[in-house]
Design a protein around this ligand. Structure first.
Ligand SMILES: N[C@@H](CCC(=O)N[C@@H](CS)C(=O)NCC(=O)O)C(=O)O
Length: 250
């Protein structure tokens, strides 16, 4: 039995979704609507008491942490290898996954929660929202939701996130001007990681990420978007997020 609990194919949920599709592994998809707080409801807390997504259930095992889940999927199932054999390329793949998860991702996410998640729920009944925040099991997630809902990200933290996103875009453009995939010659989990984080960059950061300034990022995003596994993964989204990225099919 293999069940993936996920939201949209975006930064965290998209990683195991796309890795499973690339490997051609059959799995049950269980969609949780993050904006409806499905991830904090008792049924899901029985699966993952932390109330975060994604989570993969494989027989008796419950796995969390999207990047570690991708590595598990790559190691546990047959299908195309999603990590390079070459030690230098493996190191590069891991270097980039760490950079995405620890530096680029959290900054991009803070901006996303401020401009998308907060405004998407803010107009709901204030008492309901307070109760929803109180039900969140992890303190750090309560803080993130509270800042998004009450719009209390400080100017300093937003500025620092914008700065880091700028650094991330520049590093990625440079890397992709030197090699076709993030790790080198081989399409890998690092590309899957980066794609899920970055497919909306040209929409979210149009001045910094576009065909003129970052042609290699756009070429790379389009190449990943065209892959059959990405197309299948994309069909699993339920919001308008996916349909907004028309620039990827050009
Ligand atoms: N580092 C974890 C992060 C998991 C996480 O925080 N996911 C977000 C969704 S992108 C979440 O579950 N948010 C739910 C919440 O904050 O209520 C991973 O990579 O899986």
């Amino acid at each position: 039995m293999l069940t993936l609990y996920h939201w949209e194919p975006n930064a965290n949920s998209g990683k195991p979704m796309l890795a499973l599709k690339e490997k051609g592994v059959d799995f049950q998809s269980h969609y949780l609507d993050l904006l409806n707080f499905d991830q904090h409801k008792p049924d899901y807390l029985k699966i993952n008491p932390n109330g975060t997504i994604p989570a993969l259930v494989h027989d008796e095992l419950m796995l969390t942490e999207s990047t570690a889940i991708m590595e598990y999927v790559n190691d546990a199932f047959p299908g195309p290898k999603l990590m390079p054999d070459n030690p230098v390329e493996r190191w590069r793949a891991r270097w980039w996954m760490r950079f995405f998860d620890q530096y680029f991702g959290p900054s991009l996410s803070m901006i996303g929660w401020s401009v998308f998640v907060g405004p998407s729920v803010r107009q709901r009944d204030p008492d309901e929202l307070k109760a929803a925040i109180d039900r969140i099991p992890l303190k750090e997630r309560r803080i993130a939701w509270s800042k998004a809902i009450y719009n209390t990200f400080s100017p300093e933290e937003m500025d620092e996130s914008r700065r880091r996103v700028g650094v991330g875009i520049a590093c990625l453009e440079k890397a992709l001007s030197e090699r076709p995939w993030i790790a080198g010659k081989t399409y890998s989990l690092a590309d899957i990681n980066g794609f899920n984080l970055g497919y909306a960059l040209p929409l979210a950061q149009p001045q910094a990420c576009n065909d003129e300034k970052t042609p290699h990022i756009l070429k790379w995003l389009r190449a990943i978007y065209r892959r059959p596994a990405t197309q299948e993964t994309w069909k699993m989204g339920r919001t308008q997020m996916a349909s907004r990225v028309t620039y990827l099919s050009q």
